[in-house]
Design a protein around this ligand. Structure first.
Ligand SMILES: Nc1nc2c(ncn2[C@@H]2O[C@H](COP(=O)(O)OP(=O)(O)O)[C@@H](O)[C@H]2O)c(=O)[nH]1
Ligand SMILES: Nc1ncnc2c1ncn2[C@@H]1O[C@H](COP(=O)(O)OP(=O)(O)O)[C@@H](O)[C@H]1O
Length: 223
């Protein structure tokens, strides 16, 4: 009997393009394990691990953390998922990270959320996050049921230190210089699929249809 195929998917896009929001929808419909580099780094900061403390100032200033640190962290987590299909969110963000990933795994699909920077700037100042789970809310788009509290746990929501307008501008600049070349890397490999728009609710049906067609065997409920 042949083993079920493992699918490896990446979601990319500028900060605030909706990667976390779309990932949450994907894992409701598809059997993929979600790994978010930002959530992993914030968990380290919250737990005050040595690595978290070292990385905090980098993140707060809107800079990328060093390639070797993040590549080691993510590849360790991926090794633990050896027999599962996965959805990687926030990694790779540089060509060097993409090469480190490519050395270990071949990627089946890269979903690229192409959202204008002006739309992003407006969104991020009203983003509220539940750090332990990575769930995100937005005052206008998807407010929590009770203001300031996570829908599932009732715990307080916080605003990220790096969502201030000045830091967002810096993160968008680093996206242009360091992360856009990664799109080219995957375009050359023929696995890049771009979804453009200004609203997640309009982008999502296209992402969903694409995944249904490309990965029918990992839909939830398919044996
Ligand atoms: N107004 C608006 N906000 C959105 C939309 N999609 C996502 N958001 C919010 O924008 C912020 C950034 O989304 P997120 O998924 O965290 O983006 P990521 O940084 O790419 O992971 C969050 O506060 C989301 O709730 C949308 O279509 N409209
Ligand atoms: N792959 C990565 N390489 C370097 N730094 C990263 C990476 N992933 C996350 N980070 C750091 O964590 C911050 C937050 O990442 P993330 O939660 O993915 O945010 P967003 O997509 O909203 O920008 C980034 O601005 C960066 O400082």
């Amino acid at each position: 009997m042949s083993l079920p195929k493992i699918f490896r998917v990446i979601i990319m896009g500028p900060p605030g393009s909706g990667k976390g929001t779309v990932s949450a929808r994907i894992i409701k419909s598809f059997l993929l394990k979600h790994i978010s580099s930002g959530d992993i780094l914030r968990a380290n900061i919250n737990a005050k691990t040595e690595l978290g403390l070292l990385m905090k100032s980098c993140i707060d200033q809107g800079q990328l953390v060093p390639d070797d640190v993040i590549s080691r962290l993510i590849l360790k987590d991926l090794r633990a998922l050896e027999n599962s299909s996965w959805l990687l969110d926030g990694f790779p963000r540089t060509v060097s990270q993409a090469e480190a990933l490519e050395d270990a795994y071949s990627v089946d699909s890269v979903l690229n959320l192409n959202v204008p920077f002006q739309t992003i700037k407006e969104r991020l100042t009203s983003r509220w996050t539940h750090f332990p789970s990575g769930r995100v809310y937005n005052i206008d788009f998807n407010p929590p049921k009770v203001p300031g509290l996570d829908d599932v746990t009732g715990e307080p929501l916080v605003q990220r230190d790096d969502d201030s307008p000045e830091t967002v501008t810096r993160r968008l600049r680093s996206y242009e210089t360091q992360t856009e070349p990664v799109l080219e890397f995957y375009r050359c490999k023929g696995v890049l699929q771009t979804f453009s728009g200004t609203e997640t609710n309009k982008i999502w049906p296209h992402v969903e249809a694409f995944l249904h067609k490309k990965f029918p065997s990992i839909q939830q409920g398919v044996a």
